[in-house]
Design a protein around this ligand. Structure first.
Ligand code: IMP
Ligand code: MG
Length: 430
């Protein structure tokens, strides 16, 4: 039997899954996506080429077979424009490298309007995701199989790619192929397990991979969760380790707006000032520094992301509900320039310390973070090639995370590029 590995977001999405999938896809035969739609946004850097995907799995760059599973929701215009974008860059897209499940659901113009009219309450991406899943569950949705009977540009373009993908993926697994299953969003956005109602409308956790592709849990060899070395969230909802307030973040301009407003020197001056203030324990500046150093602005919507310290309470919960065999820590380089780093080990709710992640929204809103403090580092990590060459303080930070979570780190990211990937333990990889 080959290996079937699920990659899921361990936090509130945007953990840098795309780059990990891209890295692992090199050795995989099949890359499959199981839930969500173009609310997701993956950025993959290959050499100097930057690829941004919302729907197509990043395995497409490696010329592997890519599957968009039954659990996803498809905006046909977005999918077709991604295909055409790849074709313009010299890729040939056909059913040998991209197949779409006939049972996936189609996002309609009405569903997009509905989301845009009602989604602001929780800060959705406005892409029609919730209304599409709502109509699916109410048994009045439009499936891909029906859509491709229509006589329009998108239907014609997608028709040759539509298959009963359950068969393709099961045959691939049974014949010993290496299958990489690509999650979108993150565990804390799961409709069942996330911070409801501030969640997406699908199951981005590992269980969703089985229903969203039509494979049984016995076929899964490993599940790997991706976590940033800190944490971010876009949209509304409780965020225990948030640095600064949601309002402060929302009122900020995007990085490109900021850079175009200021001269190069002006920006450099502001950046130095933020570093200085962050090291005076000004929480908003700590968060803002993570945002600027981490480029924490949405790939889908451009929104500044809310930032906070690594939340080990949420991470333990995520490891539990996903059954993670190992974790990946991304964006460790972003923590440079901070003299002190914090890890949230417990929550305090109504004066009581707990390690449990509360599902009750009222309780979660009341939770205050209990932190341990770690030493930070000033060194630039982006050119480091081996774990043992990391500054000692960075190693200690990671070892502390492993110790608290009782879970091993398999891969470390110290920058967005492919060669900024450090394999720490390949036991759970292909
Ligand atoms: P929806 O998925 O557009 O319905 O949005 C619901 C919530 O999930 C909002 O808070 C979004 O910001 C969040 N969300 C959806 N997709 C992503 C993602 O890929 N990364 C981060 N947050 C996401
Ligand atoms: Mg994303």
């Amino acid at each position: 039997m080959g290996k079937t590995i699920i990659i899921v977001g361990g936090q509130w999405g945007d953990e840098g899954k795309g780059a990990i999938i891209d890295f692992l896809a090199e050795k995989a035969d099949v890359v499959a996506r199981f839930a969500g739609g173009n609310n997701a946004g993956h950025t993959v850097c290959v050499g100097n080429e930057v690829y941004k995907f919302h729907l197509i799995p990043s395995g497409i760059i490696h010329k592997k077979l890519n599957i968009i599973g039954n659990g996803t929701v498809i905006d046909p215009e977005v999918l077709v424009s991604e295909i055409e974008g790849l074709e313009k860059r010299g890729f040939t897209i056909d059913s040998s490298n991209l197949v779409l499940s006939s049972s996936a659901h189609i996002i309609t113009a009405d569903q997009i309007s509905e989301d845009q009219a009602t989604g602001a309450r929780i800060g959705t991406t406005g892409r029609g995701i919730g209304p599409c899943y709502k109509d699916k569950i109410a048994r009045r949705g439009k499936r891909v199989a029906d859509f491709i009977k229509e006589n329009n540009k998108e239907a014609k373009k997608l028709r040759p790619l539509v298959k009963e993908t359950y068969l393709i993926i099961n045959e691939a697994i049974d014949s010993g192929k290496k299958v990489l299953i690509e999650g979108a969003q993150g565990a804390l956005l799961d409709i069942d397990h996330g911070t409801y109602p501030f969640v997406t409308s699908s199951n981005p956790t590992t269980g969703g991979a089985c229903t969203g592709l039509g494979i049984g849990p016995t076929k899964i060899s490993n599940s790997i969760g991706i976590f940033k070395a800190y944490i971010t969230r876009v949209g509304g909802g409780p965020f225990t380790t948030e640095l600064g307030t949601e309002q402060q973040t929302k009122s900020e301009e995007s990085l490109s707006e900021l850079k175009s407003k200021l001269s190069k020197d002006g920006f450099e001056h502001l950046y130095r000032k933020i570093i200085h203030q962050a090291n005076q324990s000004d929480e908003y500046s700590e968060g803002r520094l993570l945002r600027i150093q981490g480029g924490e602005y949405g790939t889908t919507t451009g929104r500044p992301r809310r930032t906070g310290w690594f939340d080990a309470v949420a991470a333990k919960y995520s490891i539990m509900i996903n059954g993670l065999s190992s974790i990946v820590i991304t964006k460790l380089d972003v923590l440079s320039n901070l003299r002190k780093l914090k890890i949230c080990t417990h929550y305090e709710i109504d004066g009581k310390k707990t390690g449990r992640f509360p599902l009750n929204l009222e309780e979660l809103k009341k939770a205050k973070p209990v932190y341990i403090e770690m030493d930070g580092w000033d060194e630039d990590l982006t050119k480091i090639t081996e774990f043992k060459k990391l500054p000692e303080k960075a190693r200690k930070y990671l070892e502390k995370i492993e110790e608290i979570l009782k879970t091993k780190i398999s891969i470390l990211k110290i920058g967005p590029k492919r060669n900024q990937t450090i394999v720490v333990d390949n036991k759970f990889l292909f």
